[in-house]
Design a protein around this ligand. Structure first.
Ligand code: SF4
Length: 376
């Protein structure tokens, strides 16, 4: 059996060095497509022979992105554009972007102007999921996306067999990721908030077959390790991302463990499997969109996210929910008051923790975590 610490270190290295991971794939002669968050049909990109690699920005104060992204753009898109314009993503064959919110509309145009050497393929998921033509619309979008990707990269469109194999791989990977989130809670001495996040982030940076192999090793090692009884406070995290490590270390410093998440960079990507039924692979992929719930970028006629988070927290024995609010992400901001209402109505604490990739200052969050640790 693989050594737990060795596997965790390998995944932490990948999570800490996305550029190094990109260089590794390029040196192996593989082609990589950068994937803007979230819910891209990555299976299409994988089936076409590319390594899909997540783009999650990073800690940087933008100096050139302001040319196309105004100061009130969400901080993750500003840092992604900054990295694109300053050559950090050089070597990508293309980038792919889902137009899930208004920010992406401006961002797609900004990318075309600011990063002309990396072509972009976009696609739109229908927000009115109750419309009778919504699924057919998405099916056509995926078909068009597949065609665009082939055109801009000079490659072939993937076969039905390749798409079906990619779906099976991605579903197996999603199951392994959700298994990890459950196993992790019995090992909170080893799976600290930083370690948990590194495992989840590494999944977005590695080819899924490679990552699935690592997750099987990791889950087997966790299942075999003795359980640990954690005595401190516990939270479930929600939001887009919970980065950087300095932010997550504040949880550990205050004796708080992360026992579940609804982060766009983490469990949101894995909790909804691609359905088994459908007229073909694209139809199955389109069907997944209609099964997603409790997410700020997926419209629902009734608000389910607050209750979902409260239920998650209670099931995991958490005393609170930490909403990691990406600065100027309007869709997350709209959800927050309703999340707070439902979480507090369930007798839990709701913490608003701001995430801003353009600053290293997390002192407001530190104070809130200290008070949560003392009072919850
Ligand atoms: S969903 Fe939020 S974080 Fe993501 S691109 Fe839109 S505004 Fe930015």
């Amino acid at each position: 059996m693989a050594d737990l610490k060795v596997v965790l270190n390998e995944l932490a290295e990948v999570a800490a060095h996305p550029r190094r991971q990109l260089d590794k794939y390029l040196a192996e002669g593989r082609k990589v497509v950068g994937c803007f968050p979230i819910y891209l049909p990555e299976e299409i990109i994988h089936a076409a022979g590319f390594v899909p690699m997540g783009m999650w920005g990073g800690q940087i104060t933008p100096t050139v992105a302001g040319k196309y992204n105004p100061i009130f753009t969400c901080s993750i898109m500003r840092s992604c554009l900054e990295f694109g314009m300053t050559g950090v993503y050089k070597g990508l064959s293309a980038v792919a972007m889902p137009i899930l919110c208004d920010t992406f509309r401006g961002m797609s145009a900004g990318w075309r102007q600011g990063v002309p050497d990396i072509p972009i393929a976009t696609m739109i998921q229908p927000q009115n999921r109750e419309d009778s033509d919504a699924k057919e619309f998405l099916y056509d979008e995926y078909k068009e996306f597949m065609k665009k990707l082939a055109e801009i990269t000079g490659t072939e469109e993937p076969s039905e067999e390749a798409l079906t194999a990619a779906i099976e791989l991605y579903n197996a990977h999603s199951e392994a990721m959700m298994d990890f989130t459950r196993l992790a809670n019995d090992h909170l001495d080893v799976i600290t908030p930083v370690v948990r996040h590194a495992v989840m982030k590494s999944a977005t940076l590695m080819a899924k077959d490679e990552h699935l192999a690592k997750m099987k090793e990791l889950n087997a090692a966790l299942a075999a390790a003795p359980k640990y009884v954690f005595k401190g406070k516990k939270v479930v995290l929600s939001g887009i991302t919970a980065e950087p490590d300095e932010f997550l270390n504040m949880f550990t410093e205050n004796g708080i463990a992360v026992v579940g998440d609804d982060l766009a960079q983490e469990s949101r990507l894995y909790r909804t499997l691609i359905p088994a039924e459908g007229k073909d692979a694209l139809d199955r992929l389109a069907g997944q969109w209609f099964l997603r719930h409790g997410c700020s970028v997926v419209h629902e006629t009734s608000f389910t996210r607050g209750k979902m988070l409260a239920d998650m927290a209670k099931a995991a024995g958490a005393e609170g929910v930490g909403v990691c609010l990406m600065r100027f992400c309007d869709v997350e901001e709209y959800d927050y008051p309703f999340i707070a209402r439902d979480v507090e109505a369930a007798g839990l604490r709701c913490l608003l923790l701001e995430i801003d990739q353009s600053t290293q200052n997390n002192e407001q969050s530190r104070t809130k975590l200290q008070s949560f640790a003392e009072m919850a």
